[in-house]
Design a protein around this ligand. Structure first.
Ligand code: FNR
Length: 383
């Protein structure tokens, strides 16, 4: 199987499984507890069916949308993911370049292996930095300043990671983040010489944005899970989000909003967008699916801020359903990480092109010339 044989999410996932040491594949694929929420995130799209309109004038198709005041060539972008260079030597650069090539937004995680400054130089396409509020508020403040200097377009505050989720697959595979050389990992290396070569040549997968600010004793590597559990502040409240909005003073999203009440609060404190998200089911298992919550949230705040639907998107038709239900755009995580592991920048470019083609084809089949034409009139609940 090669990249040319990949036409959808499952194809990329299969190829990534072959190319990655098992602990890394499961780190991407896995989720919290019984992984019910992760499954529901995608299955939720099957609870509604699309209703096409016939004989519409489709001479001009427009797939573009605006987000944070910037134009995106399509209503889909890359959500932030940590430690991306683990999955391919080109890591965050590959994803940022592929997103730029597709004319869409790239989001960089606080827990990235490439720095804010280096991603800032990659392209002039829209860029968003995903921030966590750290116990050391000085560090949070500094990250915001660095994003201002690097000319990021938007900031997104993730609010669903006050503690690391219970990812049992990672415990079973013995994953340590970043990977250390152990007996178990040496076996994985031996089975994946290409990845082993990448590991041995790399600079140990440092957390590029924060590693130098964290005291690690004798170990120069920061364990990501320990980092989350020790550095992220559980006492953070809405006032803290408000303070970052005031410092940043540019487009600001809150990622991890799941309730109508929180969506209203986000609008009240002046957020420009919310990402309805449960972290791809990697945090609270049993949590509702973003798509299940979307109509209620859109009714309540759709006219006050931009709504991004994050989680479970595997097909162009999922994007159309989300837009019809009130989202302005959607974001993907695993749907670009598997292509990255399978083929680097070319893999991500191929995945984004396939998404774009599916969205375009489905718009034609729906009799919809512009994304603005999509409305809740064009779908019905079936389950
Ligand atoms: C993530 N996600 C995530 N979110 C975030 O705000 N900061 C982060 O550092 C990460 N890291 C991360 C790593 C990996 C391996 C995955 C799979 C996900 C969550 C991500 O932004 C997004 O919310 C989900 O991936 C969306 O679900 P799907 O598209 O993967 O189903």
């Amino acid at each position: 199987m090669s990249m040319q044989d990949c036409y959808n999410f499952q194809d990329f996932r299969r190829l990534a499984k072959r190319r990655l040491p098992a602990p890394l594949f499961h780190y991407i694929d896995g989720a919290a507890d019984d992984e019910w929420t992760a499954k529901r995130n995608t299955e939720a799209f099957n609870s509604v069916a699309l209703i096409p309109n016939a004989l519409a004038d489709l001479s001009h198709l427009d797939l573009s949308t605006t987000l944070f005041g910037r134009k995106l060539a399509m209503p889909l972008f890359c959500a932030p993911t940590g430690m991306t260079r683990l999955f391919h030597p080109e890591g965050e650069y590959a994803v940022a370049r592929a997103a730029a090539q597709a004319g869409t937004l790239y989001s960089l995680s606080t827990l990235s292996t490439v720095s804010i400054e280096n991603i800032g130089k990659v392209s002039d396409q829209p860029k968003m930095f995903q921030i966590y509020i750290h116990k050391d508020r000085g560090l949070t403040h500094e990250l915001v300043e660095r994003c201002q200097l690097a000319q990021f377009d938007a900031l997104c505050l993730t609010v669903d990671t006050l503690v690391a989720g219970n990812r049992e697959r990672d415990r079973r595979t013995g994953l340590v983040m970043p990977p250390h050389l152990t007996l178990q990992s040496m076996l994985s290396f031996a089975l994946h010489p290409r990845w082993a070569y990448h590991y041995l040549r790399s600079e140990k997968f440092q957390l590029a944005n924060v590693a130098d600010r964290i005291s690690t004793g004798t170990d120069s590597l920061v364990s990501v899970m320990n980092y989350v559990n020790s550095q992220f502040d559980r006492t953070v409240v809405w006032k803290d989000a408000e303070a970052i909005i005031a410092q940043w003073n540019q487009p600001f999203a809150i990622k991890g909003i799941m309730s109508v009440e929180d969506a209203k609060r986000a609008a009240d404190i002046g957020a420009s967008a919310i990402m309805i998200s449960n972290h791809g089911g990697r945090q609270l298992d049993g949590c509702a699916a973003p798509f299940d919550m979307l109509p209620r949230i859109a009714d309540a705040v759709g006219d006050r801020l931009e709504i991004i639907l994050d989680g479970g998107i595997r097909r162009g038709s999922h994007v159309l359903k989300a837009l019809a239900a009130g989202a302005k755009a959607c974001s993907i995580g695993r749907s670009y990480l598997f292509p990255l592991a399978a083929g680097g920048q070319i893999g991500v470019e191929r995945a984004l092109t396939l998404f774009r083609d599916e969205i375009e084809r489905d718009m034609i089949l729906m009799g919809c010339a512009s994304l603005r034409d999509l409305s809740s009139e064009q779908f019905m609940r079936v389950q």
